[in-house]
Ligand binder design. Sequence first.
Ligand code: NAP
Length: 324
Amino acid sequence: MKAYVRIDTVDQRVELADVEVPSPDADEVALEVHAFGVGVHDRYFISPEVAVPYVIGLEAAGVVTAVGSAVHGVAVGDRVMATTMMNPKGGTWAESVVVNQRGVAPIPDEFDFTTAAAIPIAGDAAVECMHTLGMQPNQTLYVAGASGAIGTLVVQLAAQRGVRVVGAASPANHDYVRSLGAELAVDYRDPAWADAVRAWAPGGVDSALAIQPGTPASSRAVVRDGGHLVSVSGDPCPSERGIFVEQFAHRPDVGADMAELVEAIAHGRINLEIERVYAFDEALAALEKTETRHARGKVVVEVRRAGTSATKGHPAPSAGTERG
Ligand SMILES: NC(=O)c1ccc[n+]([C@@H]2O[C@H](COP(=O)([O-])OP(=O)(O)OC[C@H]3O[C@@H](n4cnc5c(N)ncnc54)[C@H](OP(=O)(O)O)[C@@H]3O)[C@@H](O)[C@H]2O)c1
């Protein structure tokens, strides 16, 4: 099958290659991949037990083609979205993938494959961020990276819970960030942005979510004494003024919230922004787009077009939305 692979464990170059189709173990599910989500992590998040060539990618949507003997609740022909959990057998940037049954969830009828492929990683990160922040209505939150994959979801989830949000983004995205529910949008390149945040939240915001690398220290500067800073990028950031600084960590306790998010997207209560759907042979351009750190929402790659497999009767993949 065709797949995008790392051919070296050190050199991070990604190439299109022909590789063996993986087969599922007892607790695994095999999928025919219809679309996969793209993130800046795809080039460098590879299994610690990696053998090259290693198929990259963490999330996909597709149709189940085989299930292992110990798999329950998933059947051949099901439409599912999946995360690989860095399976040593390889990831989702391929025509087929195997995933542990714990990484599989049904696709609601409302979704096409490209929509479903955009949700698992950023959606999970967004609900995990909300749990970690643990905010109450009327508290104030600063989001560094409000127009990105995680930020667009967090702004909406927070605002819909009554949290007052200020989001950092480029001016071209300010109307958009406010449309998601932020009260205020600031330009992180403007030297006066922190003053604008402090004018909006005198004394500083209760919490800040530093999604983009390089933003924890500047985000901490707008947090009130004794407030809360969560670093999603993993950048270390020492505490000061009694601020509780926390590193983003994956949490096993967000399953119900993830299901709620999927339903909210399906029913239009949460907007899932997809900057663009790329064709399979354009996948490297899709990765490079995320590496600019200026994609709005998610970037998705479509592997199979509508009607090219056993999925008749389901909505066709959207043509995607490409912004000018
Ligand atoms: N994606 C995931 O699911 C996930 C999960 C766990 C952890 N992470 C970590 O989270 C980070 C990426 O998150 P993401 O995927 O949401 O990012 P992303 O989609 O790449 O974020 C892009 C957005 O960030 C904004 N941005 C760029 N530089 C900024 C800066 N200096 N200050 C504030 N905003 C800035 C851009 O805004 P403008 O275009 O408006 O300028 C753009 O809209 C990475 O460190 C990754 O390792 C990601």
